[in-house]
Unconditional design. Structure first.
Length: 256
């Protein structure tokens, strides 16, 4: 119960990594509020603690974000933890990518994170902010990932700059940099890569990871809980990699 009675906001908590974080935070005793505009939000709420507050919010909409955060504060009190998990990834070659699709990535992955953080900070006396970056962008990238990689690299800069500003206010800011975690995003990318046999893409990825598997959303949730808790009280401005060693090999290639 390392997060007992701490108030946590998690964006994109309806599925994938966000859902893994929600489940672990509840297990660790946190009071959780979810911001998500996914159509799966209502379905997800039926499978988890009925005490979770949920808001169908598009984080690109500043007015809606501000309203939701204010309501969370009025119902739960000062906010202790913010997890900026919401993000999108659509694969497309750089020269074929329309400006609208580029802006879709920037508006959600960067501006959305900015919007939620700015709305939350007035209600955070001390605590922890966790941004979901990726190994993609800061460390590695594949073809078709230019927009996604750019935004995830930007989140590392956002994390460090914000950490410098908030350190003396007892607010820590860190980033999680996942490798391959078995999420709906990975499933969709696999379908885009090989519509006829997406499982072969997942299997190929697993073969190229030293631990020979993809991570689970609960494993990522455990890392988020550590960074949110007092156990990490002297850690700030860091990007923590969780990738099963996928960025480690010098000579190993995917699928070998």
């Amino acid at each position: 119960m390392k997060l007992k009675n701490k108030v946590a906001i998690i964006t994109g908590g309806a599925m994938g990594n966000g859902l893994g974080i929600v489940k672990v935070f509840l297990k660790e005793g946190a009071k959780v509020a979810i911001l998500d505009y996914s159509e799966k939000l209502d379905e997800t709420l039926k499978t988890i603690d009925d005490k979770v507050l949920a808001y169908k919010v598009d984080i690109r909409d500043v007015k809606s974000v501000n309203s939701a955060i204010k309501d969370i504060y009025e119902k739960l009190g000062n906010i202790d933890i913010l997890v900026n998990n919401a993000g999108v990834c659509k694969l497309k070659p750089f020269m074929e990518m329309e400006d609208a699709l580029r802006d879709f990535h920037f508006d959600i992955n960067i501006k959305g994170t900015w919007n939620v953080t700015k709305a939350t900070l007035p209600y955070m006396i001390k605590g922890s902010i966790i941004n979901l970056s990726s190994v993609t962008g800061p460390l590695v990238a594949d073809s078709g990932e230019v927009a996604y990689a750019t935004t995830k690299a930007a989140l590392i800069g956002f994390t460090k700059g914000l950490a410098a500003e908030l350190a003396q206010k007892n607010i820590r800011v860190n980033a999680i940099m996942p490798g391959y975690i078995m999420t709906p995003m990975v499933e969709n990318m696999s379908k885009e890569t090989n519509p006829n046999d997406p499982q072969s893409v997942v299997d190929g990825i697993a073969k190229g990871i030293p631990m020979k598997r993809l991570g689970t959303i609960e494993e990522l949730g455990n890392l988020a809980a550590f960074l949110a808790s007092d156990e990490s009280s002297y850690i700030t401005a860091q990007g923590i990699i969780i990738d099963g060693g996928s960025t480690l090999p010098e000579t190993m290639t995917m699928g070998v």
